[in-house]
Design a protein around this ligand. Sequence first.
Ligand code: NDP
Length: 326
Amino acid sequence: MYFDRDASLADLDGETVAVIGYGIQGRAFAANLRDSGVRVLVGNRDDAYRDEARADGFPPLPIAEAAERASTVLLLIPDEAHPEVYDARIAPHLREGDLFVLAHGFSVRFGRIRLPGGVDAALLAPKMFGRPIRERYKDGTGVLAFLDVLQDPSGRALRRTLALAKAAGFTRRGVLPVPHAQETELDLFQEQFLTPLLLDGFRMAFEVLVESGYDPVPALLDMYASGEMAEMMAEAASVGLYEVIEQQGSPTCRFGVQMRLGTLLGDEVRRKAERILEEIRNGAFVEALEKEADSGYPSLDAYQAVYRAGEVTRTHERYRSAVGRR
Ligand code: NDP
């Protein structure tokens, strides 16, 4: 694993970094790099996020112009939009000696973009969404990231990418070398198996309780909205998944947990996990995603309508409007 001592900001001397896209990742990357003294340009199409960039002190440039003026280009727009934007507005402006960086291996793993010869290229994938990337930079802790050098004609791709990782705050916490195909598949599997499993688990627990006559607000608070479960997972990330229960759980809690562990998810769920992984690896998921994007994300809209009308969301909103953002 690489840490601060393994990286030097001097490897970015003379570089201009273009952050393409000013969304979840782009905004956090741009602010952290700037605060580390890196010369940053933001490239964004003439759309919603442009004003946010301008308000944060990054006068946005057209994407092609930002790529043209920079020696390092970070592509931070949604993966399914990469091929079109990359082919038309990035690749033509990558010159020999430039460094091209992705925050997720998706487009390379699934052959959606082709890296030009003569250009350094790397994956620098933070294992975190945008707001904590910025907050943990400011409080001095940083977040974890995976790194993979994709091509290295200059012989300096690793040093340059580590310098970026340091400027973004990642080497404070640790940067692990992980092949881009693994990074991509792990990330998609976490999103498609573990995240839905947890969301469905919370929903099912809530529904069972409410149908059994419990008041929805305390049920919501006890299941997740108090933040206790989130704290437990944060603690688990440092001491261990089982250790956190040992260390923080009362005997009643520990006995209850161990009595039910291993009884809730059977072979059927394991087979589903295997199938999800298979659909990620054989490209079936990517095809479905691209089809969805091409037709304007109809199932995402439908899903929003369903969960917004659901009892969990309505209870959450009722609770939030009563107590504010405490
Ligand atoms: P966002 O959805 O937040 O990106 C939004 C940005 O992309 C905006 O600037 C938007 O511009 C721009 N954009 C969207 N579509 C297009 C398009 N067709 N053409 C040009 N610009 C477009 O993305 P994320 O920050 O979530 O993801 C960026 C990269 O980071 C991805 O590769 C992702 O896999 C990776 N990543 C994301 C993580 C996360 O937590 N979200 C974690 C780790 C990696 P506008 O709307 O103004 O047009």
